[in-house]
Write a protein that binds this ligand. Structure first.
Ligand code: NAD
Length: 339
């Protein structure tokens, strides 16, 4: 049996890390037909749009996709392809585990957090306009009960299915009384359906301080879109950085896996960055497909290579200018060897 998976290499460092992921996934022996598609700047040149319809159709048809990061122009230019995919396919839950891996340099040990980020609304609804061009601009932050309920339920169901003990709703309900008030009240109502899981809430700024001081007090975090994005990078920093942080965008019967990190354009084509986040996305994808054994083997191989500390990229060395750091390809090779 073989799976057909939509593969979007992305741009910047995307093609290098997705190539590493692809080779590691193939080395498990699970048979995959990769249907490769281009988005972003390259797609504009070829198809006149950064997110062609045929790419969305392929993601819908194959049900499972995996992608590298895609560059989004800042302060102008086309809208984010990443946000476009999540919205078009209603991939409403962004699941981002942040867990310490032995051997990864970090200030903490034993941090094990799950971020559940609402993926379709908040400031990412893209409702933005000039009020007075050059003088004032306005963005609308949309929060609905429906999306808040759906994401809260996802967080509790995830907690229940994965032996998690606590869900924390994160908000700024003291200032944004209507929008974040609605998010919080909805989460509180959903929590009542899950008496076996502890529930609490935190104001987002306080949560950031507490995560830095006492990350072990948290378990599953559920957040509106923008806080979820920011807190994801913070949590990646707690467990060793963006180079190791995977993620999944999940909807009804559809899934697109992608690392937390972006396209890091300054490292493009240098065979330098860490492929771990992308490779762990490959493991998450295999688990989603029901290939738990192959996923476990990848996780163990990654952990072993990192714990040995030899064939790892610069960001996993105690000093970032360590001359013994290896490249993206070499680290992927070491993981394949370990498999
Ligand atoms: P970034 O995540 O690309 O890079 C920030 C820094 O993190 C890098 O300079 C690098 O030091 C480190 N880093 C990132 N990935 C790494 C890896 N695999 N190994 C080692 N170190 C790594 O964030 P940015 O610079 O803010 O964004 C660059 C571009 O990526 C922007 O256009 C942004 O819109 C886009 N972006 C895309 C996605 C996505 O495709 N889902 C996500 C975030 C950002």
């Amino acid at each position: 049996m073989s799976y057909t998976i939509t593969l979007i290499p992305g741009d910047g460092i995307g093609p290098e890390v997705t190539d590493a992921m692809r080779r590691v996934v193939e080395a498990t022996g699970v048979k995959i037909d990769w249907e490769v598609h281009e988005v972003g700047e390259g797609a504009i040149k070829r198809y006149g749009t950064p997110l062609p319809d045929h790419v969305l159709e392929a993601l819908r048809r194959n049900k499972v996709g995996i992608k590298g990061p895609v560059t989004t122009p800042i302060g102008g230019g086309f809208r984010s392809v990443n946000v476009g995919i999540r919205k078009a396919l209603d991939l409403y839950a962004n699941l981002r585990p942040a867990k310490c891996i032995p051997g990864v340099p970090s200030r903490y040990e034993g941090v094990d957090l799950i971020i559940v980020r609402e993926n379709t609304e908040c400031l990412y609804a893209g409702i933005e306009h000039d009020v007075i061009p050059g003088e004032a601009a306005e963005a609308i932050r949309l929060i609905t009960r429906r999306a808040s309920e759906r994401i809260a339920r996802f967080a509790f169901e995830y907690a229940k299915a994965n032996g998690r003990k606590q869900v924390t709703a994160v908000h700024k309900g003291n200032i944004l009384k209507l929008t974040d008030g609605l998010f919080l009240r909805t989460a509180q109502k959903v929590a009542a359906d899950y008496p076996e899981i502890a529930f609490n809430d935190r104001i987002v700024d306080n949560l950031c301080m507490q995560l830095v001081q006492r990350p072990h007090e948290y378990d599953v975090l559920v957040l509106p879109n923008l806080y979820g994005d920011i807190v994801s990078d913070l949590c990646s920093g707690l467990v060793g950085g963006l180079g190791v942080a995977p993620g999944a965008n999940l909807g009804e019967g559809l899934a697109v896996f992608e690392p937390v990190h972006g396209s890091a354009p300054k490292y493009t084509g240098q065979n330098k960055v860490n492929p771990t986040a992308s490779i762990r996305c490959g493991a998450m994808m295999l688990r989603f497909l029901g290939e738990a054994e192959a996923a476990d083997r990848i996780e163990r191989a990654v952990a072993r290579v990192i714990a040995e500390g030899q064939k790892v990229t610069y960001d996993l060395k105690p000093r970032r200018d360590d001359p013994t750091a290896v490249g993206t390809r070499e680290m992927a090779e070491a993981i394949i060897e370990a498999l």
